[in-house]
Design a protein around this ligand. Structure first.
Ligand SMILES: [Zn+2]
Ligand SMILES: [Zn+2]
Length: 373
């Protein structure tokens, strides 16, 4: 049996929440891998916006955490295999020392979505660090036993920080794969956060020649220009007046930021903000596509006459399916850079400070990661 390589002085602690603002770093036993599992020493985990909501609000929209049922946070992780369990199939070729990215989507494998390889929309999906079919413990800990079919090997050249960013990159690449972006496309992305930046980078990788990122925050836009030198950036105006339906539509009509019908093939909304979602339909070209990536308000009045008469395709995009291998290969090829997105690194023992840093936000805060780097 392979010995664990977890350093003796490092406990297997896990970041556990009991409802809102009730986080504990709890020691957990280091378990032996079962059949078709390996034991992994987690080396890097990024904090997702959803982790932030669960920690500070005890919920993510309608998904409410029962304080009596604690949940381990984290689903953007990479690590190294420390022990291998028995295997039931010849496909499991993991060995101690393999560096891996963990895919957090545990789908049922049986339903109509799983049957057609769209497991991201599997109704009984269990996704790490979310309340979905009950609570699902995540990966923000030092040691975990994990099913081998949800692991993806990292090339030697890839760092653990990059490995932990494959999950958000998969979200972005899936959104672009759902869209008609092709060679020469003109694209607008709302939101210059991690997902918006990665959607823009993925659009370039897919052949888009003109990409514009819009955000209300100038420092985020300045970073976007640094990260993607060819990108055009536009500061969106704050919609401060009443959100009354007619008023918002009139506002959107008047704020297409100089982008005329025909200029923009595809809009990706990575904000979920009502004014951005509405604006998408006025900005995109006739016959174009709007991809909804960001989740915010659940009810938004849409200009259905504009959608119908411009024949706009409205495309939902949720998480990802079958894209990790492509994401890893794209990063390994140098087409998409991930390391510039990591703005802060914390040790596992400093997890509360890491969450506080992301909550405060402000200039220069982008992807906050936790781990043994
Ligand atoms: Zn996430
Ligand atoms: Zn399923």
């Amino acid at each position: 049996m392979s010995p664990t390589v977890l350093p003796k002085e490092k406990e297997n602690i896990a970041c556990v929440i009991y409802g809102a603002n009730n986080m504990f770093l709890e020691p957990r036993p280091i378990l032996k891998p079962e059949t078709d599992e390996v034991q992994i020493n987690i080396r890097a985990t990024g904090i997702c916006g959803s982790d932030l909501h669960y920690h500070f609000e005890g919920r993510l929209g309608a998904r409410i955490l029962d304080p009596a049922v604690p949940m381990v946070l984290g689903h953007e992780s990479s690590g190294v295999v420390t022990e291998v369990g028995a295997t039931s199939t010849a496909d499991d070729t993991f060995k101690v020392g393999d560096r891996v990215v963990l895919e957090p989507a545990k789908s049922c494998g049986q339903c109509h979505c799983c049957q057609i390889q769209r497991y991201n929309i599997c109704p009984p999906m269990k996704y790490s660090s979310t309340v979905q079919q009950g609570k699902n413990d995540g990966t923000l800990r030092r040691s975990i036993c994990y099913p081998t079919h949800l692991l993806h090997k990292m090339p030697d050249t890839m760092t653990f920080e990059e490995g932990a960013l494959i999950e958000p990159l998969a979200v972005a690449m899936h959104a672009v794969a759902r869209s008609p972006v092709t060679q020469g496309s003109s694209v607008v992305v709302y939101g210059a956060g991690t997902i918006g930046l990665l959607v823009a980078a993925s659009a370039y990788a897919q052949g888009a020649t003109k990409v514009t990122i819009m955000d209300i925050n100038t420092s985020r836009l300045a970073f976007a220009s640094e990260y993607l030198p060819d990108v055009q950036t536009i500061q969106l105006p704050l919609k401060t007046t009443s959100d009354e339906e007619e008023d918002l539509f009139t506002w959107a009509q008047q704020h297409t930021m100089g982008i005329k019908d025909g200029d923009c093939d595809v809009v990706f909304d990575c904000t979920g903000v009502e004014s951005c979602v509405v604006l998408s339909f006025f900005m995109v070209k006739s016959g174009g596509s709007v991809v909804l990536v960001g989740l915010g308000k659940t009810k938004i009045a849409l200009p259905v006459d504009v959608i119908a008469t411009k024949e706009i395709n409205v495309i939902g995009s949720y998480r990802y399916a079958n894209i990790h291998a492509k994401a890893i290969a794209t990063v390994a090829s140098g087409k998409i850079r991930l390391l510039p997105l990591v703005s802060h690194r914390f040790a596992l023992e400093e997890t509360p400070a890491a969450f506080e840093t992301l909550r405060k936000g402000g200039d220069g805060v982008l992807k906050v990661q936790i781990g043994d780097f």
